[in-house]
Design a binder for this molecule. Structure first.
Ligand SMILES: Nc1ncnc2c1ncn2[C@@H]1O[C@H](COP(=O)(O)OP(=O)(O)OP(=O)(O)O)[C@@H](O)[C@H]1O
Length: 294
């Protein structure tokens, strides 16, 4: 069966900057792939290669077995750009209708409005909508053509919790109906909510490509701050990264804060002022990035 996406040793440079560096990646029909990585990791550039917006400097990218720039293949793909670009003077419904006219088998606009919870803004001009509503509309536009592959670059950036949940539900329903999805995000919880497979990128390269539980098992998801001797903390098995903070405390990244605290207490290392919080995405993926450097 033809793969929706096949990236074969693809690279893309902008002058001296290698934005995508020898990436190989196949996406099977019906997968939901989450793509994570810090700013500048190369995610958007890779997506632009898949969408035929840019050509690789080296290697090959195939969309449904053909050239991503070919309109016949692009009919089967929906995408939302990172920055919302909706026509300001049109009403939301009109904007959806215009997009719909470009496709051979569009989903009825009324269905899209229901699916993405756009009823209350359908008659409003796009330019008058808040950033969050514009974002929802832009994501809905990606689905108007009844695509078999959808590429979403940070779909819920700027959305409140309720809007994000509505959007996640809609994406999960499309995925359950057979749509293949690629989604990038800066939020680990977004990838957890949507994806079964996760690719972690940094420096243009793929550092991890595995199913969600396997990738989560490799990342340090909690950050523990405490006053203690940094060298002594480094000897603990549950501490994957230990640093001295500017405020005189030590910061420990760990996959399991409970296990770390148990080990710390059992070790007898003196400590005080301990606080635990979720790691940021960049912190969480330090573990994988450091592993690749080694
Ligand atoms: N048009 C361009 N011209 C020059 N350099 C570029 C261009 N587009 C991207 N880059 C560079 O390529 C690298 C990868 O950028 P890219 O936007 O693909 O990363 P990203 O992972 O999508 O980041 P973010 O999460 O911030 O969107 C960065 O160093 C960026 O500065």
């Amino acid at each position: 069966m033809t793969l929706p996406v096949s990236v074969q040793n693809a690279s893309k440079s902008f002058g001296d900057v290698v934005a995508v560096d020898d990436v190989t990646l196949d996406l099977r029909a019906g997968e939901c792939l989450g793509m994570l990585g810090p700013n500048g990791a190369g995610k958007s550039t890779l997506l632009s290669l898949l969408l035929g917006l840019r050509r690789p400097t080296a290697g090959r990218v195939l969309l449904f077995g053909g050239d991503p720039g070919d309109p016949a293949f692009r009919q089967r793909v929906g995408s939302t750009p990172q920055r919302s670009a909706v026509p300001e003077a049109l009403r939301a419904r009109e904007a959806l209708e215009i997009v719909s006219a470009h496709y051979v088998t569009p989903t009825p606009v009324d269905d899209i409005i229901d699916e993405f919870g756009l009823g209350e803004v359908a008659r409003k001009q796009c330019g008058s909508l808040s950033g969050g509503w514009q974002r929802r509309l832009a994501v809905a536009m990606a689905f108007v053509g009844t695509p078999s592959l959808v590429v979403l670059d940070e779909p819920t950036t700027g959305l409140d919790v309720e809007a994000r949940t509505t959007l996640w539900d809609a994406l999960r329903a499309r995925h359950a109906a057979g749509c293949t999805i690629i989604v990038t995000s800066h939020h680990l919880e977004e990838i957890e909510a949507l994806a079964q497979r996760v690719v972690v990128m940094d420096g243009g390269r793929v550092l991890a490509d595995d199913d969600l539980p396997a990738v989560l098992a490799r990342v340090s998801r909690r950050r523990v701050a405490l006053r203690a001797d940094v060298r002594q903390l480094e000897s603990l098995d549950a501490a994957s990264d230990v640093r001295a903070s500017d405020d005189g405390r030590a910061t420990v990244l760990t996959a399991d804060a409970d296990a770390f605290v148990r080990e710390l207490v059992a070790s007898g290392i003196p400590f005080s002022d301990l606080a635990v919080r979720g790691a940021t995405l960049e912190e969480a993926f330090l573990t994988i990035t450091k592993g690749s450097e080694r």
